[in-house]
Design a protein around this ligand. Sequence first.
Ligand code: ISE
Length: 332
Amino acid sequence: MKIGLIGTGWIGEEHVKRLSGTVSGAEVVAVSDIDAERAAMVASMAGARVVESAEKLVTDPEVEAVVVASWGPVHAEQVLACIAAGKPVFCEKPLTTDAADGLRILEAEQAHGKRLVQVGFMRRYDAGYRQMKQVLDTGGIGVPLMAHCVHRNPDSPESYHSDKPMVDTAVHEIDALRWLLGEEFAAVQVVVPRSTSKRFPHLVDPQILLLETASGARIDVEVFVNCRYGYDIQCEIVGETGTVRLPDPAAPLVRSEGRASYAVAQDFPSRFADAFDTELQEWVDSLRTGEATGPSAWDGYAATVVTNAAVEARRTGAVVPVDLPEKPAFYK
Ligand code: ISE
């Protein structure tokens, strides 16, 4: 499968390396980026061509499928261009930053008549999350009542502003919980403790997202992007007859100098390295079989509706309803 990649920033570079190394059945043939030098550097890793614009990359005759790894606000136009060209597209999260753009993507994809879009929600490919899903789907803890989640990053860049904990970070829990519980959310609220003094004064950090599902389960998500000590993802679901907890990644337990300890992951590339590999491998495999299996444009759209509601909830302090239209039959 000959792939073109838009956006050679950090995650784009990682995807180029994966698609040219770990993943079988794929080859990166073209890349584009607004930073031509960076595009050239990443292209050289894969022996790919640099194409001068995203538009040209999408319509390039050699490119059979596209990876969008650019900045979130430009995802919508690039994904729509791929649909117009009839090319499968893997788009990094978030699918769009504005829910209205997500609707345009849903309409275009349905008009095309076949699923072309997959969204990069890599948690669905993590072994621990997959095991939790299996426990839930086989009735291992009965009907889920609550979930308690933690999403901590060691630090954030200065450009990271107070909407981002929902739009860029909690979006992973929003998708993972929709997938694990198999239902949509009805309402969101965001409450905040005092902010950490250890980082930027402009940033509201941490934030606590409170979600209610359509059937009345309750979820709390602590998002703390300057926790200083590591990259820490936790999730526990409480059901009527038991609980299931996301395992920490395996790490050796060291006993020394009067303590027993194990290391905490330091960043998401290493915490989810295997999940990223599996995600891209399964996407490439699905292109060959022609059967879309991963998170769809509907999943990307539904997550954005929730993050938009969460941003409003933090700004207003209100409980904000999640206004999601009926899921089109096309996505069922
Ligand atoms: C980043 O974009 C990610 O996707 C990471 O998984 C998340 O932990 C981080 O907060 C985001 O900025």
